[in-house]
Ligand binder design. Sequence first.
Ligand code: ADP
Length: 257
Amino acid sequence: MRMEIQDLSCGYQGAVVRNVTLNVDAGELWCVLGPNGVGKTTLFKTFLGLLKPLGGRVLFDGKDLHRWRHKELAKRIAYVPQSHEPPFPFLVEEVVAMGRNPHQSLIGRMRAEDRAAVDGALSLLGIGHLRGARYTRISGGERQLTLLARAIAQETAMLVLDEPTANLDFGNQARVLTSICALARDLKKTLVMTTHVPDHGFLPDCKVIMLSKDGPHRAGPGQEVVTEEAIRNLYHIENRIIHVKEYGKRTCIPLYP
Ligand code: ADP
């Protein structure tokens, strides 16, 4: 798969995000960094075909995004929302099975291949034991993994994730990020996620687009784009990037108070 974003401007009555040019290729992991209100969600809505570009183009596999039929696009791009309090007490396996919707007929009966996709997604993320649990009664981390499993069961080439580690404890953040990296590395899925954590740009082979309110956007390999100066300009906060050579890890620390 390939998503080509060419001089894209998107928004509502007026443009919120302007002049984004980017190619997203198969197996890539992208983080979208930027302050609140800069237009990350707006950009995502445009990637999902929910908003029509105000200028420029988004091509998915060479075809203008808004010329794709919704059901065909849903076979290729899955959306992973932030885990939320759901209104209905569905079972975890029922939530994951919802990912099969674009592949099913109007009647929506589960076929053997749908069951296999649900089982495969649950076992890939190691949450098979939760299949009979009520989605309303599991932890936030388990819910986020369930929503990720739903997207995996959808069997799309690309996953778009809205702050997948928000509201998760330290351990669950690491587990969700490990699964995200494995999806890109092992299954060659393309993942684009929003985040407020600069360190996510240092995940293995991660690329970053930094959306800025008052300057040009920057895009490229995380280690090149996420610099002390770039973080200072983006969030107006002094910071240092520490390289822990022993573990091959980098981390960005704010200098406060
Ligand atoms: P982010 O996800 O980076 O926090 P958003 O994309 O949600 O930013 O919002 C970017 C800007 O677009 C904000 O100024 C917001 O008020 C505006 N906005 C968001 N949704 C709508 C809408 N439905 N109609 C008009 N303006 C909107």
